[in-house]
Design a protein around this ligand. Sequence first.
Ligand SMILES: Cc1cc2nc3c(=O)[nH]c(=O)nc-3n(C[C@H](O)[C@H](O)[C@H](O)COP(=O)(O)OP(=O)(O)OC[C@H]3O[C@@H](n4cnc5c(N)ncnc54)[C@H](O)[C@@H]3O)c2cc1C
Length: 378
Amino acid sequence: MIPRTIFSSDHELFRDSVRKFLEQHAVPFHGQWEKEGHIDRALWNKAGEAGMLCSHIPEEYGGIGADFLYSTVVIEEVGRLGLTGIGFSLHSDIVAPYILHYGSQELKQKYLPKMVSGEMVTAIAMTEPGAGSDLQGVKTTAVLDGDEYVINGSKTFITNGFLADLVIVVAKTDPAAGAKGTSLFLVEANTPGFSKGKRLEKVGMKAQDTSELFFQDVRVPRENLLGQAGMGFAYLMQELPQERLTVGIGALASAEAALQWTLEYTRERKAFGKAVADFQNTRFKLAEMATEIQIGKVFVDRCLELHLQGKLDVPTAAMLKYWGTDLQCKVLDECVQLHGGYGFMWEYPVARAWADARVQRIYAGTNEIMKEIIARSL
Ligand SMILES: Cc1cc2nc3c(=O)[nH]c(=O)nc-3n(C[C@H](O)[C@H](O)[C@H](O)COP(=O)(O)OP(=O)(O)OC[C@H]3O[C@@H](n4cnc5c(N)ncnc54)[C@H](O)[C@@H]3O)c2cc1C
């Protein structure tokens, strides 16, 4: 196997602590959280105390100014353990950067420390019932009225939506201007007129509190606009590569874990007087999966190196997101097959991971949209 060279001994020490934290505070309860449709709110505070949230945030806003590899460690360990209810990465690696990069000094001071500590859970609301891939079709509006913006509209499929205390809302400040009329707002969940719909019942990721959100004459101070009015689309384009990188990292971690479970299972399981792992078909499938995962991990690590240097471009991040999640789904499907009927039983981690994986090809930009982005760059 090709050794990974991007992580230092400090990263590996952090990995050990994250793994122990998750094994103690999340693994025993995740099954129950799947039934409840959300994780325990207190896990956010515990994770904050353990330094697992927003570690990249500079010290002046409560973080430790860590590099992106610390975030990577959290994503990989959450993925390895199949803890798909945990929305830490969306909060730390997707929402926090918008506030850090485009928020005013006041907004950063007000919100980032609470995000680091887990006092505030966050979400980002782009998708609407009528607009997902085509974000220019967003219908939610934000109209300036004196010193306040008045927001009206609805969002759906919002990760961390049910537990969120603070949401970045994508809204049109100038509906006639298309992409150039799109802006981003910070909206606190306790603002009058903001309500949460039902937690959505999903095929997988059942412990993830994906929700609908509604905005009826929600008034937010003018200062809650992130950056400049009309620049929302440009900010999204700037930040989406990191989101796609996080999805690619998680995809490979999940595929690798599934391969490990399958190795163990097929070595134990007997058929026709021998271990399932000894059939040539099994050996070839395992070899193919191990090879493709190895290729994927080398690609992940190269993308990470580029990202650390600020050089990961949009099409390359799209390649990782599309190829990595397609690979994850293919591997999970083969792993279920090699488990036989047990692979379809919810109590088996491989069954859950298979169900959880499917959406990876859909969110963070569908894989078709990723191919469009790649094709445009050729
Ligand atoms: C579990 C879950 C969590 C999510 N979390 C969030 C979140 O936190 N925040 C958020 O804002 N959104 C979130 N989403 C929404 C997600 O990002 C969208 O579902 C996704 O972008 C696709 O949009 P859509 O569902 O409207 O599908 P559509 O855009 O209607 O697409 C339908 C099909 O058409 C294809 N298609 C569309 N346009 C093109 C094109 N130009 N060329 C080729 N094919 C095309 C798509 O690839 C897809 O196959 C989440 C979704 C899920 C299921």
